[in-house]
Design a protein around this ligand. Structure first.
Ligand code: COA
Length: 144
């Protein structure tokens, strides 16, 4: 089940974010999302939080800041479903991913993202960031 984060998710989301070294930022994002601003946190909950996405939405433009799935639950489509949930609310999604993060780049490619550029030495350790973009085409507008 996917749902918006609630206050009880601060700890579990922070723990899951440890694999990316951003436990504090992710936990803070949950707190911020509860204030109803642009920052949102969607969690995957299957008897416990096993995945989450931190994203923001301004008008119809979304940006994914973090997405992670617990190691024992990977390759079951959870991250793909989190991205689908975001895509249902946006017409374009942007994100940055470490150039060397092959699993994440494969995920984004499989979800229809295309590479839109590179930010050289973007991360503090000097690694490049690849900018990725996904356009959501909902087909012909049938409204009159
Ligand atoms: C990247 C990550 C979020 C993927 O989550 P996931 O739930 O396992 O992804 P999905 O099951 O939805 O994968 C969908 C597709 O993406 C690709 N993919 C995902 N992980 C992959 C991997 N390790 N190697 C190769 N392809 C991969 C595959 O095409 C996969 O489809 P398939 O399983 O049918 O082959 C997860 O590996 C993770 O949490 N990594 C650590 C955190 C991270 O790096 N986050 C991204 C940066 S913010």
């Amino acid at each position: 089940m996917l749902r918006a984060a609630v206050p009880e998710d601060v700890g579990p989301v922070g723990a899951l974010a440890a694999c990316m070294g951003c436990e504090t930022a992710a936990a803070d994002a949950v707190r911020l999302s509860l204030e109803g601003g642009a920052v949102r946190v969607t969690v995957s909950d299957e008897g416990g939080v096993n995945g989450f996405a931190v994203w923001s939405l301004v008008l119809d433009e979304a940006e994914i800041q973090y997405i992670a799935v617990s190691p024992e639950c990977r390759r079951r489509g959870i991250a793909s479903r989190l991205i689908d949930e975001i895509a249902a609310r946006a017409s374009v999604i942007f994100l940055e991913v470490r150039e060397g993060n092959a699993p994440a780049r494969a995920l984004y490619k499989s979800c229809g993202f295309a590479e839109a550029g590179v930010r050289r030495a973007y991360y503090s350790d000097g690694e490049n960031a690849v900018i990725m973009r996904k356009e959501i085409n909902r087909g012909a507008d049938t409204r009159h």
